[in-house]
Design a protein around this ligand. Structure first.
Ligand code: DAH
Length: 346
């Protein structure tokens, strides 16, 4: 009987390899442990076993049942896996390169960002980084933007709920956190960390509650610039932007300044440029940036002496520049990751 039990386990194991469907599994089960199965047959022989040997025999039977069950379980797993595979169709190898996509390349926004940084680096600017999640202080207060300014409105800015921003971590201040609406916050972060002279640009992602259309996106990119030193004037600002736009858009590109208002600069300007690129857009002057001379209140917030230092700042949208450079008429193309669009910028 002992021998028969060993054989039953060995036999079930051997059969396992050939079982590929549920029906085959059921018939193997019937053959081994069904009412007329081999194992059941052995168990029926229990009555012929001497009384004193019965406990040991019963134990042995149990071991065999478990061993056989483990084999059935293993078979079922394999059968299920092959059923799922059959449903999913032919196997996909995600490591294979696609037949038609070719090598990737930098996104057009990345290319423009790198070009902007390259030009400013040539004239001594370094690249500074800020954070996308900001406090109201860096984004607004320190930039002389009062509580009642429309930019701070719920309609314009994504505020973070405390429990989302902090989870279980207790908040140290009662400041509100938000997704930055512009890169100007990096001005404050930089000035708080460094003494003048300061000469930085800072590209990065910004967020506004804009309704998406051909020229608006709730998520976009800007480049901020800040130059602080002794005796910095509007002339330096104009010359710097003229140089930049000529490098970016080619000889003959010029800029003009129109008076404007920004809380963190005084005087403030909007910058238009004119260039042969505009032929694509069919206009003479196109607004491209905001700028001005750093407002003394901003210097006060970062403890710079406004009697000793002056500076200029500017900010512009990377998408807007990319749209002009490449002649793109809808901002949404940048975010759809459509290969037919992207491959034009390789
Ligand atoms: N932060 C402004 C905006 O998002 C752009 C800007 C204007 C930046 C004037 C500046 C500046 O640094 O001086 O529209």
């Amino acid at each position: 009987m002992e021998k028969e039990l060993d054989e039953i386990v060995a036999y079930t194991g051997q059969q396992a390899d050939g079982v590929t469907t549920r029906a085959q599994l059921e018939s193997l089960k019937a053959e081994v442990s069904g009412p007329n199965g081999r194992l059941t047959g052995v168990m029926q022989g229990m009555k012929d076993v001497p009384k004193e040997d019965r406990p040991a025999f019963g134990k042995r039977i149990n071991e065999v049942k478990q061993a056989v069950q483990a084999i059935f379980d293993g078979i079922l797993e394999t059968v299920e896996a092959s059923e799922i595979a059959a449903e999913l169709g032919p196997a996909v190898d995600p490591s294979l390169s696609s037949a038609d996509f070719g090598p990737g390349s930098l996104h057009p926004l990345t290319q423009i960002r790198e070009e902007i940084c390259r030009i400013f680096k040539q004239i001594g600017f370094t690249v500074a980084e800020g954070t996308e999640v900001e406090t109201e202080y860096y984004c607004f207060d320190a930039l002389n933007t009062p509580d009642n300014h429309p930019a701070r409105d719920l309609q314009d800015t994504f505020y973070l709920q405390d429990d989302i921003a902090f989870g279980n971590v207790s908040k140290k201040t009662d400041e509100r956190y938000l997704l930055r609406t512009h890169t100007s916050s990096v001005q404050i972060r930089t000035m708080l960390e460094t003494e003048p002279p300061v000469r930085i640009i800072s590209p990065g992602r910004c967020f506004r509650r804009d309704t998406v259309d051909a020229t608006h996106s709730a998520n976009f990119h800007q480049v901020e610039g800040l130059y602080v030193d002794k005796h910095v004037t509007v002339r330096d600002l104009k010359a710097t932007l003229d140089y930049f736009f000529e490098q970016l858009l080619g000889k003959g590109t010029t800029t003009r300044f129109r008076p404007h208002f920004f809380p963190y600069t005084e005087p403030s300007f909007e910058v238009d440029f004119s260039s042969s690129h505009l032929a694509k857009l069919g206009s003479d002057w196109v607004e491209i940036a905001g700028c001005g001379m750093v407002e003394p209140e901003v210097f006060a917030a970062v403890d710079y002496d406004p009697e000793l230092y002056s500076g200029f700042a500017f900010g512009m949208g990377i998408e807007r520049i990319a749209m002009i450079v490449y002649g793109i008429d809808d901002i949404r193309y940048f975010y759809q990751n459509d290969h037919r669009f992207l491959k034009q910028f390789v």
